[in-house]
Write a protein that binds this ligand. Structure first.
Ligand code: PLP
Length: 379
């Protein structure tokens, strides 16, 4: 009874950016003022300094600031020379950009199923999907957990196939002690405002150890011009702007602590689901040994997901579904003609996944309210 009184009237949004903003507002406004005072808005010293700071944080030679996570994927694949006639292997269960970029370059996305426990790309399925046309594999570090990279890298090596990490959700995640973004041929991050490190608009970065590839990304980011007005190849405008870089530089030093808070919240959810006796009905996110999950999203699996979600809404608990429709069921990919039952694990996940609030400032009372409300829905 006392518990119910405590949670009465509690609101738990899926994400609350205001709390974080309040804690860094002075520094953010000062940084934005600094940029405005220079009137230099495109690339320039702020972007270069951010690139240096991200490169050393991740332990990679090159970090190239770009206009979004989607553009990071696009320009990385352009730099690898991917185009018509090529195949690129992606998991069928991810955010749309992972596969959309492949199609935009005229290449063919080849979907594979995910591991039923981690929801990450399945290495055995990748091996089965390799063909002489395969030019790249795109493991996605979904929700902030690294894909199992060693078997993917092993599968890629003999054919000289590139491994493009979609690390959009995984800044700060590690795999066997190494950072997401330092594991493949090239990696792509997003700073979309809701990501663990969020800009105040669109932004992204490409990271790589390969200096030649980094040079190509830099060139393509500026319409392939070198020197200016002399175009060796067709690139695009994939530049990061200085205001976003300045905001990101304020936030980057806090990221490790924010990620730790997300991890602590995840640990607390585990205790709460146990305490409420729900572990037989709610499947919690896996955290395999050797990988640090940074919980960009806290995604559980529940039966009757849509009904649970509706009940949570009545209890003022914000949730979302990442992702309700796998790539092989998207209308725009219908011409790729996959058999309806080709990807059972992704289909099962799409029907059951539910993202719960996990942002760093979430309180213990709010988490208890979330878990109690799920218990009500499943009773
Ligand atoms: C967010 C995201 C992207 C795209 O990033 P944008 O900055 O929104 O363009 C790509 N892949 C995954 C897995 C993402 O979560």
């Amino acid at each position: 009874m006392e518990d119910e009184v405590r949670s009465f009237g509690l609101k738990v949004p899926l994400l609350d950016l205001q709390a974080q903003y309040a804690s860094i507002r002075g520094d953010v406004l000062a940084a934005m003022t600094r940029v405005c005072d220079t009137q230099q808005f495109i690339l320039g010293p702020e972007v270069e300094q951010l690139e240096g700071e991200l490169g050393s944080a991740l332990g990679v030679r090159a970090a190239i600031g770009v206009s979004s996570g989607t553009d990071a994927l696009l320009v990385a694949m352009m730099a690898l020379g991917i185009g018509p006639g090529d195949e690129v292997i992606t998991p069928t269960f991810s955010f749309f950009a992972t596969a959309g970029c492949v199609s935009r370059l005229g290449a063919r996305p080849v979907f594979v199923d995910v591991d039923p426990d981690t929801l990450m790309i399945d290495a055995a399925a990748v091996r089965a999907a390799l063909s002489p046309r395969t030019r790249a594999i795109v493991p996605v570090h979904l929700f902030g957990l690294c894909a199992d990279m060693d078997p993917i890298l092993e599968a890629a090596r003999p054919g000289g196939v590139a491994v493009v990490e979609d690390a959009a959700q995984a800044l700060g995640a590690t795999y066997k002690g190494r950072a997401a973004g330092a594991l493949g041929t090239v990696a792509c991050f997003s700073f979309f405002p809701s990501k663990n490190l969020g800009a105040y608009g669109d932004a992204g970065v490409v990271t790589t150890e390969d200096e030649a590839l980094a040079r190509r990304v830099r060139l393509l980011r500026m319409h392939g011009a070198e020197p200016k007005y002399h175009h060796r190849e067709v690139g695009g405008n994939f530049r990061l702007d200085a205001l976003q870089a300045a905001v990101l530089r304020v936030k980057l030093p806090h990221l490790a602590r924010w990620n730790e808070q997300r991890r602590a919240n995840a640990a607390r959810y585990r205790l709460l689901f146990e305490r409420f006796g729900l572990l037989d009905r709610v499947r919690l996110p896996a955290e395999p040994p050797g990988r640090t999950h940074i919980y960009h999203q806290y995604v559980v699996r529940v039966p009757n997901r849509d009904a649970v979600r509706q009940h949570l809404a009545t209890r003022q608990v914000g949730t979302d579904v990442y992702y309700p429709v796998p790539f092989h069921r998207q209308e725009c990919f219908a011409s790729l003609a996959h058999p309806a039952d080709a990807f059972p694990h992704a289909d099962a996940a799409a029907a059951e996944v539910l993202a719960l609030p996990i942002y760093p400032e979430l309180t213990a009372d709010q988490q208890e309210h979330v878990v109690r409300s799920i218990g009500e829905a499943l009773a």
